[in-house]
Design a protein around this ligand. Structure first.
Ligand code: NAD
Ligand code: ZN
Length: 359
């Protein structure tokens, strides 16, 4: 199936389905890449070992294919890899008409996308996601690498020519990575789409249900919701910030516990529960009937803060969040499912809410 994404500057398709890698040459021709085009596949070691031989053999029937492989994991979003990848692109003789394919999860997508954004002032690239989380990272056009002083600190906006999402790749995804991506699916449902949220509750009883048509529907709705919000924000309504639901505490947790100690999705899950808790306190609403805690537990998400963690430290991290305005924390809250409000919260109140949540 095909979803069309529209941005101010560009329109591009998302091709989504099981086994669509087979028709890749056909899709690329449709995107008007002539045969003989130089293609640099950027991937990580895990994905390289599992799927690259197949991808290369499909592509090399028609194209001039090269591969650049980075170690798996967040630390590959580094300046060193960025530079080495540029060197590879130059050495292989890529030019403005060449194509970069980001083949992997969000790490590879962000790194390869930033290389494409800046190589010869910007060349085309395609996202081929292999994780569930990448339904989030592959659309929106944000690409970046990390700096030792901060995550995603060096980056650009660069929209892909297409997203080609073959969900067959997701079969080998470790459970914790599947769960991590699923947190963002839940986030998209909660901030925008009550019917989708109810569908998730009804249809996805455990992570094993995330396969075939159901998995595809999760990705489909997740991408549509994210793309819709990003598109709406081009009119500068500020709603892109809604995507930060669960992320104020989530990012603080990741940074406090150390990246890699907790997955992004697990941190966001706890962050969403905290945001719901704060929403209840500030708006006098109740989410009790939704049973969010036990619902999250059925997938194996953590539902509380680790006991050794200090609320004071967390608060500092939350204030350091680059989206915080002038030292106060802005949180994305819900008045109801799909009804978002952004709230500025004073330190003192936030600290006491954190203490309460910790109990
Ligand atoms: P990731 O790319 O590191 O993938 C997670 C792990 O799964 C890695 O070890 C990888 O090797 C492995 N893997 C990937 N595909 C696999 C497969 N098919 N089978 C088995 N193993 C596989 O991480 P991620 O969770 O996909 O993405 C996280 C990154 O995305 C972060 O760096 C984050 O900043 C970024 N991100 C970017 C945006 C954006 O808008 N640009 C949005 C959200 C997240
Ligand atoms: Zn996220």
């Amino acid at each position: 199936e095909r979803i069309n994404i529209e941005t101010k500057t560009k329109q591009y398709p998302v091709f989504l389905g099981e086994g669509i890698t087979e028709s890749l040459p056909h899709l690329l021709a449709q995107l008007s890449f002539p045969s003989g085009t130089k293609i640099l596949i950027v991937t990580d070691e895990t994905v390289e070992a599992l799927y690259c031989p197949k991808l290369r053999s499909v592509l090399s029937q028609q194209y001039d294919v090269y591969t650049y492989v980075v170690p798996s994991g967040e630390s590959s979003k580094s300046f060193e890899n960025y530079y080495a990848c540029q060197t590879a692109a130059l050495t292989y003789g890529l030019d403005r008409h060449s194509l970069i394919i980001a083949f992997g999860g969000g790490v590879v997508g962000d790194l390869a996308g930033f290389v494409a954004a800046t190589f010869m002032r910007g060349i085309p690239y395609i996202q081929m996601p292999t994780t569930l989380l990448a339904h989030d990272s592959a659309v929106g056009g944000k690409v970046a690498i990390n700096h030792p002083l901060g995550k995603n600190m060096i980056g650009a906006f660069h929209q892909p020519e297409a997203v080609i999402y073959d969900i067959a790749f997701l079969r080998s995804l470790p459970e914790k990575e599947l769960r991590s991506g699923f947190a963002e699916v839940i986030k998209h449902a909660l901030i925008h789409d009550r019917a989708f949220y109810e569908w998730l509750k009804r249809e996805i009883h455990c992570l094993d249900d995330l396969e075939g048509q159901k998995l595809q529907y999760c990705i489909h709705r997740g991408i549509q919701i994210k793309a819709g919000i990003v598109q709406e924000d081009e009119k500068e309504t500020g709603i892109r910030a809604y995507l930060n639901f669960g992320h104020t505490l989530g990012h603080a947790l990741e940074s406090e516990l150390g990246y890699g100690t907790i997955t992004h999705g697990d941190a966001v899950a706890v962050g969403m529960l905290f945001a719901l808790f704060v929403s209840e306190r500030l708006y006098g609403v109740s989410f009790h009937d939704h049973q969010f805690c036990s619902w999250f537990q059925t997938y194996g998400f953590p539902t509380s803060l680790p006991p050794h963690i200090s609320p004071e430290q967390l608060l500092q991290k939350m204030k350091g969040d680059k989206k915080a305005k002038a030292g106060t924390v802005r949180m994305v809250l819900l008045r109801d499912i799909g009804n978002v409000q952004i709230e500025t919260i004073e330190d003192e109140q936030l600290l006491s809410l954190l203490h309460e949540f910790l109990e």
